[in-house]
Design a protein around this ligand. Structure first.
Ligand code: GLN
Length: 446
């Protein structure tokens, strides 16, 4: 009840939620009380959480931030939703997001922008901006997000919270609306590394319904949070400290690095020479996969359907024309072009080859060091509207996060002070399935 009252009070200013599920939440809360009374409560029993509106929730609207799915009621729960419910968490609602998770500021949502609780004239980042704002404003202690090119880490940074993008394959994508399937990964967003660990324990694990999900035991992440950092080899990718990084962000990141040195970590410079290619490679691969994934919204099977179509072609054209917003259309056009006969080798295939080089840079660097450390985003929260007319400026928000998705590695953003009174995020990147180490380092920054 307290959580729902707090959401009601702050929702008009923040617009962090698309749907608040008050009735279902109260029913789940009563079930949690009963479970507690029976003595079989787990660590998340009764804890209120919110899900990004990209996760299917049985009987509850799942809009993906789009007019296309405004009236779509999912007939089943996503794996992540199912697991957190089984762990006892109480879902209080679905959070706002960029349309189909395409964006870095939450301004492409059909439901209007989310506002950053630190300064309501600024953006919360995106695409998981609603989840980030909800946690930052303490409307909920934890929320789910998805990260295809930075959408958990960048909004976590801009809102001063923690967010983890797990290794590709660590968390099932079943029931998570697909954007770019080879990059999409779900993860937790919360106020501390300890809370991330708690949530990830529930969210991770094998699921035969996602063929890219890896069968591997889930560690007890909370138990390793206090491991000492003496001797930890920390690499600073020199490409992450160059042009485009705001000086205030650089200073906050350097202070965090000094703290790690103080804890006994060994700091050295490393190089990821193909870093500069990550954004262009991503903006071929992600739109290509999106154009394919979004072809299912045809006005026939589900989602928006136009009024009185003349024929089948008119039905497709108008349903998609009306249902999708400008950024989604831009991606579909770019992706369709990149995949078209005659261009496939020049764009998609070439991008996949460069993707491998980017991955190899990380593999080499992570032979020398245990974790890589740098900024999560090049700047702090920016004003609403400031970048929304300039897609390239918006795409550069993810300059430090995108390569991690291309490589399939885990990455976490933790709060590391402020620049100009706005939160700065520190990004830690680890080796495949080394979420434990990332969380242990992140734990020092609470
Ligand atoms: N900002 C990037 C994009 O617009 C990443 C989004 C994401 O991670 N979902 O594609």
């Amino acid at each position: 009840e307290a959580t729902l009252a707090r959401i009601e009070r702050h929702q008009p200013a923040l617009n962090a939620f698309i749907t608040v599920t008050a009735e279902q939440a109260m029913a789940q809360a009563r079930a949690a009380d009963a479970r507690r009374a029976r003595g079989d409560a787990g660590p998340l029993t009764g804890v209120p959480i919110a899900h990004k509106d990209i996760f299917c929730t049985d009987g509850v609207r799942t809009s993906c931030g789009s007019r296309m799915l405004d009236s779509f009621i999912a007939p089943y729960d996503a794996f992540v939703v199912e697991r957190l419910r089984e762990a006892g968490a109480v879902m209080v609602g679905k959070t706002n997001m960029d349309e189909f998770a395409m964006g870095s500021s939450n301004e492409t949502s059909h439901y209007g922008p989310v506002r950053n609780p630190w300064d309501e004239d600024t953006v919360p980042g995106g695409s998981s901006g609603g989840s980030a704002a909800a946690v930052a404003a303490r409307l909920v202690p934890g929320a789910t997000g998805t990260d295809t090119g930075g959408s958990i880490r960048q909004p976590a940074a801009l809102c001063g919270i923690s967010g983890l993008k797990p290794t590709y394959g660590r968390v099932s994508r079943y029931g998570m609306i697909a954007f770019a399937s080879s990059l999409d990964q779900a993860g937790p967003m919360a106020a501390s590394a300890e809370d991330l660990a708690l949530m990830l324990e529930a969210m991770a694990g094998f699921d035969p319904r996602d063929s890219t999900c890896v069968e591997r035991p889930v560690p007890a992440y909370r138990e390793v949070l206090d491991q000492p950092l003496a001797g930890l080899r920390v690499g600073l990718p020199k490409e992450y400290f160059g042009e485009g990084l705001e000086p205030g962000v650089a200073a906050a990141v350097e202070a965090a690095v000094a703290e790690l040195r103080g804890l006994g970590a060994e700091i050295r410079e490393v190089s990821l020479p193909n870093s500069g290619l990550a954004v262009p490679v991503y903006y071929v691969i992600a739109p290509a996969e999106a154009s394919s994934n979004l072809s299912r919204y045809d006005g026939v099977r589900f989602g928006h359907r136009c009024e009185s179509p003349r024929d089948l072609e008119d039905l497709y054209k108008r349903s998609r024309g009306e249902g999708f917003g400008a950024e989604v259309k831009r991606r579909i056009m770019v992706g369709t072009y990149a995949l078209s006969a005659g261009y496939y080798d020049a764009y998609y295939l070439k991008a996949q080859q460069v993707r491998r080089m980017i991955r190899d840079d990380f593999v080499r660097a992570l032979e020398e060091v245990d974790v890589l450390v740098g900024p999560t985003a090049p700047g702090v929260a920016f004003a609403l509207g400031e970048k929304s007319d300039d897609p390239v400026q918006m795409y550069l928000q993810d300059i430090y996060t995108i390569a991690v998705n291309l490589a399939g590695l885990p990455g976490v953003s933790v709060p590391a002070g402020f620049a100009d009174g706005r939160p700065v995020g520190l990004q830690l990147i680890g080796n495949y399935f080394d979420e434990e180490r990332l969380l242990a380092v992140a734990h020092r920054f609470q």
